[in-house]
Write a protein that binds this ligand. Structure first.
Ligand SMILES: [Zn+2]
Length: 438
């Protein structure tokens, strides 16, 4: 039996993964077993009304023998993974009660943006529910209609928006690309206070655990394993494999935690991206689109760098490296009119702009750069400029010339990928470190 849960968190606290952590503990202590790793599924990152991380969770429950694989620790209880897939006849009501009471206990119902949803199903749901929730804007009505046609039990609180994520988490196919995250949770009496994490221990862990990623931003001195919100998460370490994560986590010197759990997740997979022609790009999608730089990048107030991309049909779209992307903007500023690139990023509605997550440079155009004014062929002296773009003339004999003396400009970019720094990376963006492997 599968349980999907979403939208229990708020901007000011709470966290859907913490509800999953409590849920796993409660199910196991009631005599159920949890099959496989709990899922943490990130949804469309461009949705304007999302709560913090826009992540839903799902757990597979059964009854039967547990294995010797530990998926978590809650205070003194080791959370072990279940082994067998027995039928759950008669236990469905108990599971429902456990889930509902937990949501009602932990969800931030006072927040207008918190609209929890629970979906319980005997099997995974059709894959398009996930595809839609990660790449499009999905309406609550469409999802409810779909759920009504499936053999599932569901409960949506308030405006029921959580049903979108809850069903998406049950529809994700984790046999494709996936990663893992071990999340540590703070003691309740510390929630909302400053997190105590020793940065040096994070740097050491980062060096010794090569299958983990996005731990620390060395250029911007930003600790990326810890959130900034008052939520119950102490820190989370992401990695390609689950086995090393508890050992990596134990290398972090930090305040005592109440426990940890490992999630299998769609983070760092680029699942949100779809290849699109410029003409068919719509707001709130995340796209990969190829074109020619038709307007040299320029910086606007606030430090954002913008340029315009054009396809072979002459369709254009603006692309932006916003200020929080820091050093990445230096690479973007080096682009020239005529370069061919492929842009990866989320689409803002107004004005329609791609918020660049990474860029692949496919072709660098030769650029002529002026070194000095032309020489007069008669007098041998440098000519004078008649004003920008108006050409040159010789003061002595009046000879005219259009072009200055030029040389081929050194291009500071290379072909290949450039990505935003760790501090600006989105949950779903695949780091280049992972792209080399796949
Ligand atoms: Zn002359």
């Amino acid at each position: 039996m599968w349980i999907g849960v979403d939208d229990t968190d708020s901007r000011t606290g709470g966290c859907t993964t913490f509800v999953a952590f409590q849920l796993v503990h409660r199910l196991i202590s009631t005599g159920f077993s949890v099959i496989g790793y709990p899922r943490l599924v990130r949804l469309n990152p461009n949705i304007p009304w999302k709560t913090r991380g826009n992540g839903a969770v799902a757990i597979q429950v059964s009854k039967g023998v547990t294995s010797d694989i530990q998926i978590g620790l809650n205070k003194d209880t080791k959370l072990m993974i279940g082994k067998t897939l027995d039928h759950m006849t008669g236990d469905v009501d108990t599971v429902r009660e456990i889930v509902c009471s937990l949501i009602e206990e932990y969800a931030s119902f006072d927040d207008d943006n918190t609209n929890p949803g629970i979906v319980i199903s005997n099997k995974l749901l059709p894959p398009h529910l996930y595809q839609n929730a990660i790449q499009k804007i999905v309406t609550i009505r469409d999802v409810v209609e779909e759920l009504d046609g499936l053999d599932v039990w569901y409960k949506g609180y308030k405006n029921q928006r959580g049903l979108i994520g809850a069903s998406a988490a049950l529809s994700w196919n984790d046999t494709m690309d996936k990663t893992f995250e071990i999340i540590y949770y703070r003691d309740k009496n510390r929630w909302g206070t400053k997190r105590m994490i020793d940065t040096r221990s994070v740097l050491t862990m980062d060096e010794r655990c090569p299958s983990t990623f996005d731990n620390y931003d060395r250029e911007n001195h930003h600790l990326s394993i810890a959130p900034n919100s008052p939520c119950p998460v102490l820190f989370g370490i992401r990695g390609d494999h689950q086995e090393p994560l508890p050992a990596c986590g134990s290398m972090i010197e930090a305040e005592p935690s109440q426990g940890w759990m490992i999630f299998v997740t769609n983070q760092a997979t680029d699942d949100h991206l779809q290849r699109k022609k410029i003409e068919s790009i719509e707001p709130y999608q995340s796209v990969i689109t190829k074109g020619t730089v038709c307007k040299k990048p320029f910086t606007i107030p606030g430090g954002h760098v913008l340029f315009t991309l054009e396809d072979e049909k002459g369709k254009t779209i603006d692309c932006a490296a916003y200020e929080p992307t820091k050093q990445f903007r230096n690479a973007i500023r080096q682009l020239e009119k005529g370069d061919i690139v492929e842009v990866y990023g989320g689409v803002r509605k107004k004005p329609l702009t791609i918020n660049i997550e990474k860029i692949a440079v496919h072709y660098l155009i030769d650029v002529a750069e002026k070194i000095e004014n032309p020489l007069c062929p008669l007098c041998g002296k440098h000519m004078r400029s008649k004003g920008k773009g108006k050409g040159y003339h010789c003061k002595g004999c009046g000879t005219k010339e259009v072009n200055p003396i030029v040389r081929k400009k050194d291009r500071l970019l290379s072909l290949g990928f450039y990505e935003v720094p760790v501090c600006a990376r989105r949950h779903l963006s695949k780091p280049l470190k992972r792209m080399d492997d796949s």
